[in-house]
Design a protein around this ligand. Sequence first.
Ligand SMILES: Cc1ncc(COP(=O)(O)O)c(C=O)c1O
Length: 403
Amino acid sequence: MLNIDEIRNQFPSLSLKDNNGNQIIYLDGPGGTQVPNMVIEGISNYYKKCNANTHGEFNTSKETDILMDSLREKASIFLGAENKKCISLGHNMTTLNFSLARGLSKLFKKGDEVIITDLDHEANRGPWKTLIEKGIKIIKINILENGVLDYDDFKNKINDNTVMIAMGMSSNAIGTVNDFTKIKKIIENKDILFLLDAVHYAPHFPIDVKKIGCDILLCSAYKFYGPHIGVLYCKLNLLDKLETDRLIVQDQKAPYRIETGTLNHAACHGVEKAIDFIASLGSGNSYRDKINEAYRKLGKHENKLASYLYNSLSSIKNIEVIGPDFSNLRSPTVSFVHKNKSANEICKLLGKKNICAWDGHFYAIKAIQKLGLEEHGGVTRLGVSVYNNKEEIENTIKVISQI
Ligand SMILES: Cc1ncc(COP(=O)(O)O)c(C=O)c1O
């Protein structure tokens, strides 16, 4: 079991208080988690000890090269990748996905079909919709009333023209975990690229890209206790085939082939530290064993708190909890609507009590529209992270029940 008090002590922002001396309750994790000392110190130490550009003949630059390499190595273990050549870094997931779409648009041809889903964040829809200009068809998968993808729709829409499926692993709006394994099985032995958006999944579940069999996977470190950096896994030898935006002077090979300009080295070092933080919650012989064990433990903790939150909110008059219940795998993100108040009004009331929660569509606007929630101002979203404790959840339930 995790020692949550010990974990909480590693996050300086958890001790922030408002003017009345009340502690902040951070349930805004799906929009970005808090950051532990390990990450803060890592970034700060980078500036103190190694600040330089890469590939120079002096120590700070050599140190920077070592740190960038070390991050790619750790991230490749974190994602279960073949090796560090599969790990590219970027400003954020959205930017990396736009770059991928531009690169792939030159390989796809008119009449090819790319499948996206109505449950996804726009960051995994918008970039692909730009391909329409090139005569590529964008095929959309429906969601069912309970906020789960319509898997029959996939079966009906995958055909000989399908060149790629771009889908999320988990919904950042309502917590659904998608059955990406089922989709992989349908396209097994077909020449269809399989891209996964792991931004909302990576903070809560371990990822093994080789086991999943995906070609591309994207995540964002600020959702798993790190700084604002996007991380891309691209299957060995695939990135080299893409026509990415390149300067002639830049490295043309993977993993650099999609990276442009100078990266934020300090933040990149922070990403390595965020992965180290997760690994530090587990035990085992190898770094990967530690990561797996950490996710088993943190998953259990988050699931317990989130299912308690889900069930408690479900029993409050005037509250409707949105999204699948906890009988199946889902992320610890609980969204709800109030019968008489907008999602924003609820967040304002929570904000007054020092509870951080987001309202709206969180860029998963299609899902919110399809579930008929747009007029309501979307949903109020409470996300459980590893540092949350039972007391915080109980306080939050109490505040909501008094609205
Ligand atoms: C599921 C999902 N995909 C993509 C994104 C976009 O990530 P980024 O902010 O790194 O561009 C987000 C951000 O909230 C998200 O939750």
